[in-house]
Design a protein around this ligand. Structure first.
Ligand SMILES: Nc1ncnc2c1ncn2[C@@H]1O[C@H](COP(=O)(O)OP(=O)(O)OP(=O)(O)O)[C@@H](O)[C@H]1O
Ligand SMILES: [Mg+2]
Length: 260
């Protein structure tokens, strides 16, 4: 599929966010705040992540809430820029991050397909060729002229999945949304992801559903507090993760480190 022996390479990636921790509002506070805004708190969502993903793998990205999974996927997908470090991808990336994002509710499914294709950088010819495939994969032919705001969650997932897969991207990133699909479509979605893998793609799936990860992923990366805690064959990393889950207090969020 490509000339490289990797499709995704992440080198010493750090991602920092600035968050403002609001205190409960009061008139006095609001006036004081106008004069002197609260300082930003620095929050490190990713702290020195190194990861190489080769062709022909489905990788499960697991970890507790706030551990940095979506942030990592978004940096790989080009939505966020790294604060420091480097992310390289060898080819087009098909992404499926959130059901609501990326679609214009007032536009029909068809217009959203055309728009998404253009935003992903594909030309008119490639989009025209992909169109029947989006409809075939999503099973939404009967709804393609309906505004997307009238779609159910599962239908939005189908549309997003159809668009992400129709262009045969060598890299596919999926953040949790699979759970929105009904049982039948989930099965066919996983089958397609497996076909992609067999054709040499790299697929990364973020999931809290450990059984799905066990069944479909051949490698697992466990993120904890913005760092890779463990990485390796599925059974081994799931065992470590589930042992940790059973013995640790469960608190969400990344580590904050002072103010800016
Ligand atoms: N846009 C943002 N602005 C500020 N902080 C953010 C932003 N996005 C994520 N964070 C913070 O970064 C940390 C990692 O968030 P992230 O969404 O990557 O976690 P996650 O592992 O995907 O969690 P979940 O399982 O709940 O989806 C969290 O502490 C979160 O509060
Ligand atoms: Mg997330």
């Amino acid at each position: 599929m490509t000339d490289t022996d990797w499709l995704i390479r992440v080198e010493d990636l750090h991602k920092r966010f600035h968050v403002r921790r609001e205190k409960a509002p009061s008139i006095k506070r609001m006036i004081v705040r106008l004069l002197r805004p609260y300082p930003h708190e620095i929050l490190w969502a990713l702290r020195g992540v190194n990861l190489t993903i080769s062709p022909g793998h489905i990788v499960g990205l697991i970890g507790s809430n706030g551990s940095g999974k979506s942030t990592l996927l978004r940096v790989i997908g080009g939505v966020y820029v790294p604060t420091t470090g480097r992310v390289s991808v060898a080819g087009h990336v098909g992404v499926l991050f959130e059901l609501e994002s990326g679609f214009h509710g007032e536009l029909s499914g068809m217009d959203n397909i055309l728009l998404s294709g253009a935003l992903m950088g594909y030309g008119r010819k490639a989009i025209q060729e992909a169109l029947p495939r989006v409809l075939e994969i999503s099973g939404l032919a009967d709804f393609v002229n309906v505004p997307v705001k009238a779609y159910s969650s599962g239908m939005k997932f189908r549309l997003g999945f159809g668009i992400a897969m129709a262009f045969d991207p060598p890299i596919v990133l999926v953040d949790e949304v699979l759970a929105a699909a009904d049982e039948g479509f989930q099965r066919s979605a996983y089958r397609r992801l497996e076909q992609c893998r067999d054709n040499g793609a790299a697929v990364v799936i973020v999931s809290h559903e450990m059984e799905a990860v066990r069944k479909h992923c051949d490698r697992v990366v466990w993120l904890a507090d913005g760092q890779i805690r463990s990485e390796g064959p599925t059974e081994q990393v799931l065992d470590e993760y589930l042992r940790w889950v059973n013995h640790s207090p469960q608190k969400p969020g990344a580590r904050s480190s002072g103010h800016s």
